[in-house]
Design a protein around this ligand. Structure first.
Ligand code: NI
Length: 170
């Protein structure tokens, strides 16, 4: 298991466009393994290669912790519906903001064996795919945040306060 250094907001590389992958070399395979390790270690549900400083069109997503997907040269084929909710990013630790995304996406990509696949996802999976795909074109979710960026801690306190209020008013 090897962890890679997480690039954070303010690092110029996060604004750059990643390049297509032509073949899965041993180095690319190692990168993908390290990306999964780094994502799980940080309790993330997705990670793009640019976030560990590599400008390749690769991201990994696992919204359940047991279902890793590797996307190489992904293309979003279709989107539909809408979801509005909190989103975070491993490149902006401790922060969260409200972002509206499609509720359903259909994506085409190549897996770690360079096999073509298509995948449809809803809700969190759709959100994660859109978020990670944006990274490949140098975009961060902060560009799409409705209202202010919040501290995750403040949000948790707010939710606890609301839960207490609900209890006392019932
Ligand atoms: Ni992100």
């Amino acid at each position: 298991m090897a962890l890679r250094n997480m690039r954070e907001q303010g690092d110029a590389i996060l604004g750059k466009i990643s390049k297509d992958v032509k073949e899965v070399t041993p180095r690319v395979r190692e990168l993908i393994e390290d990306m999964l390790d780094t994502m799980y270690e940080a309790n993330g549900v997705g990670l793009a290669a640019v976030q560990v400083g590599v400008l390749k069109r690769i991201f990994v997503v696992d919204v359940t912790g047991e279902d890793p997907h590797v996307f190489i040269n992904p293309k979003i084929l279709e989107t539909s519906g809408e979801q509005t909710g909190h989103e975070g990013c491993l490149s902006l630790p401790g922060k969260t903001g409200i972002v509206t995304r499609p509720n359903h996406v259909k994506v085409a990509a190549y897996d770690e064996n360079m096999e073509y696949f298509e995948l449809e996802g809803e809700e969190l999976l759709a959100r994660a795919i859109c978020h990670e795909n944006d990274h490949l074109d140098g975009h961060l979710y902060v560009e799409k945040v409705e209202g202010d960026l919040m501290d995750v801690e403040d949000l948790q306190e707010e939710e606890e306060r609301q839960a207490e209020d609900t209890l006392t008013t019932e």
